[in-house]
Design a protein around this ligand. Structure first.
Ligand code: MN9
Length: 294
């Protein structure tokens, strides 16, 4: 198993039933699809794509458990434990360690306008609750929390904070992070800009579309490493033709529907207040799969 924590990592989708309850059997299939069909190097569990901020502590812990049991060491695992309840984050971090996860991650705390000092405390407390390395999750477009370069410099001083999932379009800051902190792991979080981010010698990608399209993302990364820029550009074009249509059809919903159809599972849903029903995407999912995921 690739234990480097590098590569193409899916932010795991989570299937729910009509009443918003976790569909455990479907989740096991989603995990297998990621590993066997899509070809991921690792799984990022309970992130935005996993609708984690809509779930309870108990549900998030149950998901952590099912994923590690089903994965059986085939790919590396990162547990996103962050949120507004630090005490629950610490519980999830401890559980992740017990379950054999390889790292934890935590989104910047959002909603209240926390000071940077408070954010540093948040990361320190979460880190100290277990013995796993910590990856910060930076997603200003959703969290509303923006860091300047000085903030990243301070953040990286936290012991065992080994890297950042950088989900922002500011490639200048991305380049500065990698240049000033070459020992840190940097993951890019917008699948549609993988090529641009790759140029900066980053360590991996964490994204939603890799649930179904990881192999192509891996090819793109390889092409960049080998200096085959035209090939990489063509691959990004193919990936973005796919992402365009996915974004127009309810992102998580259509990705879930693609996996559901593969195993002919019963209906799977997103969780309220996401648009719950994904039945309307049935035909589109088939069309997208036939066209882009052969
Ligand atoms: O974590 C994902 N972000 C969200 C990364 O889902 C909010 C991305 O993978 C995007 O879903 C993807 C499509 O825009 O780049």
């Amino acid at each position: 198993m690739n234990k480097s924590l590098k590569g193409v990592i899916a932010a795991l989708l989570i299937p729910f039933d009509k009443n918003g309850k976790l569909n455990i059997e479907a989740l096991k299939k989603f995990i297998n699809y990621n590993i066997e069909v899509s070809g991921v190097d690792g799984l990022y569990v309970n992130g935005s794509t996993g609708e984690a901020f809509l779930l309870s502590n108990e549900e998030r812990k149950l998901i952590l458990k099912i994923v590690s049991e089903e994965c059986k060491g085939r790919v590396f695992l990162i547990a996103q434990v962050g949120g507004l309840n630090v005490y629950e984050a610490m519980e999830q971090a401890k559980l992740a360690e017990e379950l054999g996860y390889d790292a934890i991650s935590a989104v910047t705390p959002f909603y209240y306008k926390f000071t940077f000092e408070q954010i540093l405390d948040y990361y320190t407390v979460i880190k100290n609750s277990c013995n796993l390395p910590l990856i910060a999750y930076y997603i200003p477009i959703l969290s509303g929390v923006n860091f300047d370069m000085e903030s990243f410099d301070k953040l990286f001083k936290i012991k065992d904070l080994i890297g950042v999932k950088f989900t922002a379009t500011d490639l200048y800051t991305l380049e500065r992070i990698k240049a000033n902190h070459p020992d840190k792991l940097v993951y890019y979080g917008f699948d549609e800009q993988e090529l641009a981010a790759s140029i900066y010698n980053i360590d991996g990608y964490i994204g939603s579309t890799f649930n179904v399209n990881a192999n192509k993302a891996k090819k793109l990364h390889k092409a960049v490493k080998e200096g085959k820029n035209l090939e990489a550009l063509n691959l990004q074009k193919e990936i973005n033709d796919f992402i365009d249509i996915v974004l127009k059809n309810g992102l998580y919903a259509i990705l879930k529907e693609i996996i559901r159809q593969h195993y002919n599972l019963e209906e799977v849903y997103c969780r309220l207040p996401m648009t719950q029903s994904i039945i309307k995407y049935k035909d589109k999912a088939k069309e997208i799969k036939d066209k882009f995921l052969k």
